[in-house]
Design a protein around this ligand. Structure first.
Ligand SMILES: *Cc1c(COP(=O)(O)O)cnc(C)c1O
Length: 453
């Protein structure tokens, strides 16, 4: 199975040729094959089975049936949820990370990989204005980052409160617009939400202060989570205000920038992020708006040694990675142990294209959102719900109910024009553009809007 026989030789050629073709697709088609489990099952024809199959046979099934049944998140026509637009450099290097079995667990095993990843973490920390002490690691996604950070926040609160507070149920101040992964994290960690009433969907320092003042037990609040770019609307919370109140009340200040954190690289919106430099922890997903392949989230702590004291795994077989002071073990900064060096594709791509190209690509999506908003406002049947801050545009078509939005979106996908599933705003079904791919055009936007007539 591991030997270099003729099958391996031809398999390398076939798989690399497939990868090469895919890399050369420009633009990447949206795709939408069969999604019926019975049909997919029939196509697999019992793969895998007890015996071998030729690689070409298996690859053929993948290419003809399974691959088309995956909508391409990296198509410029993918405008739903949060799209992806990994650079060619990052995709190629991701392949290299796999081919060379690069892991990024400990300095002892993987100093080269970890050092390159840390350079990227430093770059992000600098953009945020975090101190030189800041550091962390790359994890699989924003959900993993939020969980790892809030576990540290809870532990810090517990230590501060001491034995008198043993068994206390901790709370985290959040806005109603915080990401669903925060709700999940609280459930996993057995913490409760102190929901802060927000001002026009934006968490503010005043709102937080009022919520703490109204709470019968403000001492049970361990942390506050602000969002720097809500997923549904791209709204950036009042980070400076929240940071100040967090400091007054000694709360851990976590900033969830999974989607919008990339805006730190866009000069036209950088001012909205003021206050982020005070974050105790901060996450951003390069697999979203920093053009890295799935799956990749950067997790940064202001004071990584606290995170290390919470997340380090003790096992006798791991002692050797921990007895050398000064060595950086990414495994110590989140709930994981084994980890792929998933920050490397971003390091390679940033190095190849330069950071300025990233700023430009991020600005392109922001400009497109502004242009699309103007276009929506110029059309009588349409209404812009709010002025876009980042790359997300929410709007409604007068007179439409949920079923009409769904039918419109289904037809757009069927015709391979766009993937743009409806969203919701204050309980109402609405339409939503999520711009991220630098090759999405205004022509496409107009075509999509024309279909609402
Ligand atoms: C996407 C997103 C998350 C979750 O990130 P995953 O990478 O999908 O786990 C968390 N918070 C925000 C604001 C997001 O946009």
């Amino acid at each position: 199975m591991h030997s270099m026989d003729p099958t391996t030789e031809s398999m390398i050629r076939s798989v690399l040729a497939y990868a090469e073709n895919r890399l050369r697709l420009d633009p990447v088609p949206l795709d939408r094959g069969s999604t019926e489990p019975a049909k997919l099952d029939a196509a697999l024809k019992g793969l895998p089975g007890p015996g071998p199959h030729t690689p070409d046979q298996v690859l053929g099934v993948w290419a003809s049936v399974m691959a088309p049944a995956v909508i391409s998140a990296d198509s410029p026509r993918f405008l739903g949820f949060i799209p992806a637009a990994p650079t060619k450099a990052s995709l190629l290097f991701d392949m290299l990370v796999s081919c060379a079995s690069i892991q990024g667990i400990s300095w002892l095993e993987a100093a080269g990989a970890i050092h390159a990843e840390n350079v990227v973490l430093r770059l992000i920390a600098d953009r945020a204005g975090m101190p030189s002490s800041a550091g962390g690691c790359f994890v699989s996604g924003g959900s993993a980052g939020n969980l790892s950070a809030l576990v540290v926040a809870r532990e810090v609160a517990k230590r501060k409160a001491g034995p008198a507070a043993a068994g206390r149920r901790w709370r985290v101040a959040v806005s109603e617009d915080a990401h669903s992964s925060i709700t999940n994290t609280l459930r996993i960690c057995e913490m409760d939400a102190l929901v802060v009433r927000s001002d026009d969907h934006r968490l503010t320092g005043d709102g937080l202060r009022a919520a703490l003042a109204a709470s019968p037990d403000p001492g049970s609040v361990a942390a506050v989570v602000a969002t720097s770019g809500t997923t549904n609307a791209g709204i950036i919370d009042d980070l400076a205000g929240v940071a100040a109140v967090a400091r007054e009340h000694q709360l851990w200040f976590h900033v969830d920038g999974a989607y919008g954190g990339a805006g730190l690289f866009a000069p036209s919106v950088r001012a909205f992020y003021e206050g982020i430099e005070h974050a105790d922890s901060f996450i951003v997903d390069p697999h979203k708006w920093l053009f890295a392949p799935f799956d990749c989230a950067a997790l940064l702590y202001r004071n990584p040694s606290i995170a290390k004291s919470v997340h380090t795994q003790d096992a006798s077989y791991l002692d050797v990675i921990h007895d050398r002071p000064g060595e950086w073990n990414p495994t110590d900064y989140a709930y994981h142990l084994t980890r792929r060096a998933r920050g490397l594709p971003l390091w390679f791509s940033l190095s190849v294209y330069g950071v300025d190209a990233y700023s430009e690509a991020i600005e392109t999506a922001i400009s497109l959102a502004r242009e699309a908003a103007d276009e929506i406002q110029s059309r009588p049947g349409l209404e812009l719900i709010r002025k876009p801050s980042l790359g997300v545009v929410l709007f409604r078509r007068h007179g439409w109910e949920a079923a009409q939005y769904t039918a419109w979106a289904d037809k757009l996908l069927e015709d391979q024009v766009a993937f743009i599933p409806p969203s919701a705003w204050e309980g109402e079904t609405v339409a939503r553009f999520a711009f991220l791919h630098p090759h999405t055009t205004m022509d496409l936007v107009r075509e999509i809007l024309d279909r609402m007539d």
